[in-house]
Design a binder for this molecule. Structure first.
Ligand SMILES: [Zn+2]
Length: 106
């Protein structure tokens, strides 16, 4: 809930008084944020703000990690995994972020 409300807050602030018509959010697959939950909360939080009625587009970005044992890069759907070399010593390099990629105003 707090994520959605801060997204609405940031958009309303950046809109500078204009009406927001579309928001594109980038959500990392490893961020433990459910797109559907964000979608629902976004509509609720946007009520009575400049963001009300804006279309919310969500792009899910895949997770990526680097193996600390062999240096290989692997794709992850969960925040843990195992490298082909057998190591589970992984450093997450992407997929945890949540950011506003784009915003359209009227
Ligand atoms: Zn490895």
């Amino acid at each position: 809930m707090s994520i959605a409300s801060s997204v609405v807050e940031i958009c309303a602030e950046q809109a500078g008084g204009a009406r927001v018509t579309r928001v594109t959010l980038e959500i990392g697959q490893l961020s433990a944020v459910m797109p559907e939950a964000i979608r629902f909360c976004f509509d609720v939080c946007a009520r009575d703000t400049l963001v009300e009625g804006a279309a919310l587009e969500i792009i899910e970005t895949p997770g990526q990690a680097r193996c600390l044992a062999c240096g290989a890069t692997l794709a992850l759907e969960e925040p843990f995994g195992q490298c082909e070399c057998g190591s589970v010593d992984l450093e997450l390099i992407s997929g945890q972020q949540l950011k506003i990629r784009q915003m359209e105003v009227m």
